[in-house]
Design a protein around this ligand. Structure first.
Ligand code: FPP
Length: 245
């Protein structure tokens, strides 16, 4: 079904992207297997999804599994895939109740049929959600997404930035107008983008925090949003005071 998310989500609210990093180190610091960090990370996802709408966030894109993460040991990959499936199964009701629309971005052809059905069921059940548009990036590579969008538009004549953005926001054949990323947060202390939302983050404010993802909570999110509003976004232009000089 073709449906514009602009009907669902007030586009004036913020689009926040999060690179959820540090699960493995969080677990290892406690002498636990890395997968325990991913389990605890799912708890942080719940906390953030619950808190986000109250902070003026309308779209939340979470980097859960990059296309490069397939290189990890198969036990870790299997645990992550199971966690995604369980999350979708157990959280869909709560998402419906809270007006959260779930979308998966990324490739689906390498995911198990069970996970694909869980994704489709969660997306269909929550499509009416108007409070928060949660996008979970699984088997996601921004460069691949850009290449695929370019291939789909090949021969389409003149391609505007807006048309290209729309195409990128529609990786699975559903028209979704998602605004550019306003604020991009990476936990875990590293300072890189790791192939996440490269086109969409052209003018995003970047916040890197040393907090490990399983410890990230509503107050950390509120702190990042406050910092975002303290920054001056000029989009390549000048402030009013600088123009007067
Ligand atoms: C990066 O930490 C995190 C991941 C590759 C997985 C993210 C997954 C979750 C938060 C689990 C739940 C998600 C959902 C959507 C239910 P890392 O393992 O690379 O940490 P490290 O840098 O400390 O090794």
């Amino acid at each position: 079904m073709i449906q514009s998310s602009l009907q669902n989500v007030d586009s004036r609210r913020l689009h926040v992207g999060i690179i959820m990093d540090g699960n493995g180190r969080w677990a290892q610091a406690r002498g636990w297997p890395r997968v325990e960090g991913h389990r605890a990370g799912a708890g942080a996802v719940r906390r953030v999804v619950e808190a986000a709408p109250g902070m003026g966030i309308g779209v939340l894109t979470l980097y859960a599994f990059s296309s490069d993460n397939w290189r990890r040991p198969s036990r870790e990959v299997e645990t992550l895939m199971r966690l995604f499936r369980v999350y979708l199964r157990t959280e869909t009701e709560r998402c419906i109740a809270n007006g959260v629309r779930i979308d998966m971005i990324g490739r689906r052809d390498r995911l198990s049929l069970r996970l694909c059905s869980a994704i489709e069921a969660a997306e269909a059940a929550t499509i009416g959600g108007k409070t928060l548009h949660m996008r979970i990036a699984v088997d996601y590579s921004s460069r691949e997404a850009i290449l695929r969008a370019a291939a789909r538009l090949n021969g389409a004549g003149e391609v505007t930035r807006e048309a290209f953005s729309r195409e990128l926001g529609d990786p699975n054949g559903r028209a979704v107008d998602v605004p550019d990323v306003d604020l991009l947060i990476r936990t875990g202390g590293e300072q890189r983008l790791s192939d996440f939302l490269l086109w969409e983050s052209a003018y995003a404010e970047l916040i890197f925090t040393k907090r490990m993802w399983p410890d990230f909570d509503a107050s950390d999110l509120a702190g990042a949003v406050d910092e975002f509003y303290r920054r001056e976004r000029r989009f390549g232009g000048l402030t009013e005071s600088a123009k007067a000089l």
